[in-house]
Design a protein around this ligand. Structure first.
Ligand SMILES: Cc1cc2nc3c(=O)[nH]c(=O)nc-3n(C[C@H](O)[C@H](O)[C@H](O)COP(=O)(O)O)c2cc1C
Length: 340
């Protein structure tokens, strides 16, 4: 997909406003560091570094699944360090859908556990990650999903922070987003195909455990799901804020996702890899992201990043086929590039 170039933008590049608001809060950039870490040795330093960066750049940050800290409270500091290092950032707590539904060998988390998960990072929102593809490939995966939507609805009713439904690499369709909206979810992270593949990661883990059938399953399903761009196009029509995650690798990727209707983009692995190199590497990644995004907004003739969703775009290839066949239409858009 391409954003159509505007050869005569009626503004200075420096006038471009990249600020946005998400669930009632202002962010300096439409970027969230996707929830990844917590619960193990290196997580403390990585989370602290990423949180410092989030605070400094005015962006949002999620933490990884907090199940580990509910099982072992000694691990709580690997998460709570985020709030200490980022007292003003928008911080997103994280729990897996499998922890909300009773599994064969594990009870569902109770109201007190959930309150603890939120208070551990003094969260501004709670992400429920949907990862049935990953669970399906894991030898020890938790695939009891009956009642999952009802569990999300119950959580949304009693939660004092907004609930974000967050896929982790297989994408969310418009239909699922509508069910989530009815359940009381306040934002959707589409987590589509195109970035980190948990099927592939679990295939590697299965191989290491000599679980051949699971390894084959993971490899066969490595690209299963809805591509990120398609998921954004579909979910953006539902009326909830959308986070585009899954393969966003640059400010230009972000501009395209925002043009398709996303409110924010989520970036996982590239920021984790940069964090392992040090704070300077993360700062540099974000500076490049910002410059590219600013350039794309400028060259589309928009003044504010939120106006990208009205920019003229051309969708080609497989994305177009997906979008056409699923019947998705872009919201609030004039089809013609001669919009002014
Ligand atoms: C090492 C690692 C750990 C992750 N752990 C979690 C997790 O605990 N909870 C969650 O919701 N997502 C988790 N994710 C998924 C990310 O939040 C994100 O959706 C995914 O990595 C896709 O983005 P990317 O292509 O930019 O990496 C993890 C990703 C990575 C790379």
């Amino acid at each position: 997909m391409q954003i159509v170039h505007d050869a005569l933008p009626d503004l200075d590049a420096t006038d471009v406003d990249l600020g946005t608001s998400f669930l009632g809060r202002k962010l300096a950039l439409p970027l969230v560091i996707s929830g990844m870490t917590g619960g193990h040795g290196r997580a403390l330093a990585v989370n602290e570094l990423l949180a410092r960066v989030a605070e400094k750049h005015g962006i949002a940050m999620g933490v990884g699944s907090q199940r580990a800290a509910i099982r072992d409270p000694l691990l709580a500091p690997t998460y709570s360090v985020v709030r200490e290092a980022a007292p003003h950032a928008f911080v997103i707590a994280n729990v897996g859908i499998s922890q909300l539904v009773k599994q064969d060998r594990e009870a569902a988390l109770g109201a007190r556990d959930i309150a603890q998960i939120v208070s551990m990072v003094r969260a501004d929102a709670l992400a429920v990650h949907l990862n049935y593809l990953e669970e399906s490939v894991q030898p020890e995966g938790q695939t009891r999903a009956r009642g999952a939507l009802a569990a999300i609805a119950a959580l949304a009713r009693r939660s004092r922070v907004p609930i974000i439904a967050k896929e982790t690499g297989a994408g969310i369709t418009r239909e699922v987003a509508l069910r989530l909206r009815r359940a009381g979810v306040k934002a959707i992270d589409v987590g589509g195909v195109g970035g980190t593949s948990f099927a592939a990661i679990e295939a590697l883990r299965a191989a290491a455990q000599s679980e051949t059938a699971r390894m084959t399953l993971g490899n066969r399903f490595r690209d299963w799901g809805v591509p990120t761009a398609v998921a954004v196009a579909g979910v953006a029509t539902v009326g909830l804020p959308v986070i585009a995650t899954g393969g966003v690798r640059s400010g230009l990727d972000a501009a395209k996702a925002l043009a398709l209707g996303a409110t924010l983009v989520g970036v996982g692995r590239p920021l984790l890899q940069a964090a392992l190199r040090g704070e300077e590497a993360v700062d540099q990644w974000i500076a490049e992201f910002e410059l590219e995004l600013r350039t794309a907004v400028f060259l589309s003739g928009a003044r504010r990043v939120g106006e990208l969703r009205r920019a003229a775009i051309v969708i080609t290839g497989a994305s177009k086929q997906w979008i056409d066949q699923l019947g998705y239409r872009r919201v609030g858009v004039r089809a013609s590039p001669t919009r002014r």
